[in-house]
Ligand binder design. Sequence first.
Ligand code: UGA
Length: 452
Amino acid sequence: MKVTIIGSGYVGLTTGVALAYIDHQVTLLDIDQQKIERLANGEIPIYEPGLKELLEDAKKNISFISSWDSFDPTTDVVIIAVGTPMRENGDADLSFVEAVAKSIGQRLISEKQPIIVNKSTVPIGSAAYVKSIIEQQCKKRGLQIDINVGSNPEFLREGVALVDTFYPDRIVIGADNKMTANQLQQLYSTILHQEYKPHDSLPKPKDYTESVLHITNTTSAEMIKYAANSFLAMKISFINEFANLAEKVGADIQEVAKGIGLDKRIGSKFLHAGIGWGGSCFPKDVLAISLTAEQYGFEMSMLKSTIEINNRQREWVIKKLQETLQTIRGKTIGILGLSFKPNTDDLRNAPSIDIIHKLIELGATVKVYDQIAMINFKNQYPALPLEYAEQVEDVFEEAHAVALLTEWKEFQKLDFEKTSSKMKRKIMIDGRNAFNSDAFKKAGYTYVGVGR
Ligand code: UGA
């Protein structure tokens, strides 16, 4: 099929390259000319493992354009994957989606129209909204056409976005008529039936069977996205709430998580206690859907608590540092990891931002290390008086305590016995329960994990 994707962020780019790999003819449109030039040269402007290699092998099926003048109105499908950032009041800012819908409406022709798909996370009702904008634009040019707009939410996790694309648990298609549903089903048919040769860098996971296709109307599909992210965020806040109690009563939250996760109705995933969730999706989506409920006159109190628990959880690191060091002023604190989770350079809503600001406010000297996200951090917070460590070991130099905020695999390889000799006091605050506490105890550290 001929597919045009609008927006080359995480979602648009990953989807575009994947669809090109399974032999669709993809055009990726982004008005950021610089980004498009880099992509056309095979460069990937974001950090996403495997994407560069996949683009290399899919490049015959993908082209990059930066102007709406090159938009092909006869394409089969247009996927809208532009950003929907959060407004100050928590609402989704739809201005990019609106601009795209307008641009599409100004270019469609009477002979053939593509199916338009919202892939960005958009408020409930957005399929109808996009349809109305496009149709209005067509009408202005004397074209009375009925446009089909579907919803196809993405469930990609940053850092493993390609694995999630090629081996999804489910594909959700929201369509308000059969034709739209059929076209979108066809778009994903190769992935649904696993009828492609997996890329060398993306072997099929051993336990993967097959994706479930869930077809529903656009409104339900739009809600599925919010409900899924809210549920996952709630699951994490739930285990963190229990972690706090576990610390009081002397239980080990990891044992508790294992014990409940073995119940298939609960499941073991997303029960990892730590300093809470961040990123570009959970915070934005949980808040946005709560606001939608408010517009309908009720409060989603479960989601309100989910957010509150998460905000509180970030204070855990500070609390533990105060408990172990008492005064933070004048102390040197090493920070391992800055991104909101491993395998990404994304800092959006990362717990590290709040924690580091608080440490500085409390008068600490802060040394940080993150092999990928450090450059972004430096660019985004140039005024913060931080020491950026050149090597991970430097974080331990003269430190009174080191706190792990992002569980990069690389940190597991550290020789903590060796690093301890550089420290003023041997304290490890493991904000992600990433380490085996025994190794630290053996090396003479005071080890503090979450809910352990
Ligand atoms: C999330 C969802 O997992 C995707 O399915 C969804 O498509 C995406 O949002 C989106 O809406 O675009 P992502 O934000 O990339 O993906 O990150 P996750 O892997 O879900 O992690 C979110 C946060 O939860 C991270 O800060 C992570 O550290 C934290 N987390 C995760 C925990 O604290 N404990 C856990 O057990 C799992």
